[in-house]
Design a protein around this ligand. Sequence first.
Ligand code: BV8
Ligand code: ZN
Length: 249
Amino acid sequence: MQISANLKNRLKNADKIVFLTGAGISAESGIPTFRGENGLWKNFRPEELANFNAFIKNPDLVWEWYQYRREIVRKAKPNSAHLAITGFQKLFKDVTVITQNVDNLHTRAGNENVLELHGNIEKNYCIDCKQRYDFTDFSENKKGVPRCKKCGGIIRPDVVWFGESLPQDIFRKAENKTMQSEIFFVVGTSAVVYPAAGLAYLAKDYGSYVVEINIDTTDFSYSVADEVLLGKAGEVLPKILSLAETLRK
Ligand code: BV8
Ligand code: ZN
């Protein structure tokens, strides 16, 4: 893997790093991505499932799709890419993880400063009284959308659906960390979902060095990335970490 002198220089001297991650960083943990050939969207289109109207129209279908994904997430383990980020957090002064993923694997890997832009699949709330429920509150085998114990309303996953705004406080913090970053790693995202994808352009505007890590090229590769490292996140990130450890000895 060819690392430029530019990136080596930043790895040697930088303090502030941001990782913007997407479904690709969890692919090696066995969690299907959204838009790949065996992606989650293969049988359904995002509009059919990850939006509020779809949920109101068919709450059981959408709920069961999330139950199916929750079971995959629960069985999954963080992979060497998530673990490498913990290594970066030990080596560099200020490392932030901005994730589009809802699978909780960054936190389970021990990553700190994790900003979940699209929520967390293990959290839920009642659409009427907003009572919060953990995923363990539901018996796995019960079919259909659960009802709120307090008011009888239907319960939804605490994730950001299409057409819903991102948690403002979290997104604002993500923007600030992006603007201050010296290296902005974009790991395993197809760069199609906004406003999350827009953070890469913000990083670039503020002079950060944008490094894309992906098994494929994306819109970012030719527009905003200063450097594209083609390869699996679980292989590339540990290599960059060990290079950084050598450079910063
Ligand atoms: C908003 C929910 C406005 C949780 C997700 C029309 C109507 C409504 C909105 C819009 C519209 N047109 C555009 C929009 C905006 C819309 C949007 O961006 N749409 C896109 C698709 C065109 N955005 C929104 O609606 C957002 N909200 O704009 O609100 C608003 C403003 C104010 C007030 C009110 C409203 C909300 C966006 C969030 C949507 N929720 N998920 C869930 O169920 O998971 S999106 C979904 O896509 C996931 O969150 C996921 O994280 C995200 C991005 O996907 P990726 O993570 O990139 O995954 P993908 O499969 O696409 O790519 C994987 C990549 O990994 C690939 O590049 C692959 O090559 C790579 N890879 C694979 N293996 C590896 C690897 N890389 C490295 N190593 C490997 N081993
Ligand atoms: Zn309720």
